[in-house]
Design a protein around this ligand. Structure first.
Ligand SMILES: [Mn+2]
Length: 314
């Protein structure tokens, strides 16, 4: 038995449906915990029908009263806070939380059932963030804007060694028993009152769980990065990730930081497969704003996309 949680609203329903479909294609005995806010009845119907067609189980969890006044940064959606509530929402011993921009390429059961004794969760180091630390990018906090290094070193007080254990929150294999025993949910919700987090959910979970996380291989949350972030990675890191980037090897879980529905598909790993799986859902005719029309001239490429067809590419 595998418990899987997602959190989303109607804007993300077509992509959450694709994540769910990709799970169902490779896995049996799954129970979904679907946390939602601002979701249309038609989305609930469509996604329920996907899961029912595979004879698996689901629970819809209405989160509309929760997290109303919190900072959501450029994400503009409070759905990012939903995983913090999982220790009380799911009574089972563990759950796999996945962002709705992830895509599953295989059988999750071995990964799901790995030993987690003494850990609150298993997650993947955020190598994209380590790359961004080499820049002077600005980060938006609730009340001000700060330099990325100033934020992590001075405000969060996390040095370089700490950052090697800083994990991405798009994939969290949560040991719910251990979290409940240590009142981790209360600690996370409490920490939101006294801290200004730049990456609200991710930094809050890192803040509370930092010393209790099992860091796992990047193939369990292979983050697809934009080109400049990729270029700044260490050689060792690039070598590890390249087989997934070039589709020579299949990661178990892809996390599309760069969205296949926003960029020309051919530039994004496993995007053909993503497109195929999306077209096997009730959202097969859905197009994002960028798929309907996109025109770009730059050093990195010139293209015109109209109704999901690349008409011009240089
Ligand atoms: Mn994500």
């Amino acid at each position: 038995m595998i418990n899987i949680a997602l959190g989303f609203d109607s804007n993300f329903a077509p992509y959450a449906a694709t994540t769910i479909k990709s799970i169902l294609l490779h896995n049996k005995n799954v129970t979904f915990y679907l946390m939602y806010d601002n979701l249309k009845k038609s989305d609930i119907k469509k996604i329920s029908s996907i899961i029912e067609s595979h004879n698996e189980n689901y629970h819809w969890i209405d989160m509309s009263g929760e997290f109303n006044d919190l900072f959501t940064g450029c994400w503009k959606s409070k759905t990012l806070y939903f995983p913090l509530k999982l220790p009380s929402l799911c009574k089972d011993d563990r759950i796999l939380f996945l962002d709705a921009d992830t895509f599953i390429l295989g059988d999750l059961s071995k990964f799901y059932n790995q030993p987690l004794d003494g850990y609150y969760l298993a997650a993947v180091n955020d190598y994209g963030m380590l790359s961004d630390l080499k820049t002077n990018n600005k980060l938006k906090l609730a009340d001000k804007t700060v330099d990325i290094n100033e934020y992590f070193q001075k405000i969060r007080n996390w040095n370089n060694t700490d950052m090697q254990r800083y994990f991405n929150s798009g994939m969290l294999l949560m040991n719910l028993d251990e979290m409940r025993q240590n009142k981790v949910e209360d600690k996370m919700l409490e920490s939101l009152k006294y801290n200004s987090f730049a990456f609200p959910d991710q930094d809050c979970i890192n803040f509370v769980c930092h010393d209790h996380v099992k860091i796992v291989e990047p193939k369990f949350n292979f983050m697809v990065l934009c080109r400049s972030t990729w270029d700044r990675l260490d050689d060792e890191q690039k070598e590890k990730l390249l087989p997934y980037k070039t589709e020579k090897e299949r990661p178990l879980i892809i996390h599309y930081l760069l969205k296949p529905w926003k960029k020309p598909h051919e530039n994004i790993p496993f995007s053909k497969e993503y497109k195929r799986v999306k077209s096997a859902t009730p959202y097969k005719n859905h197009l994002s704003r960028q798929e309907i029309f996109q025109f770009r001239i730059s050093k990195r490429g010139t293209y015109l996309i109209l109704f999901n067809k690349t008409l011009l590419k240089i």
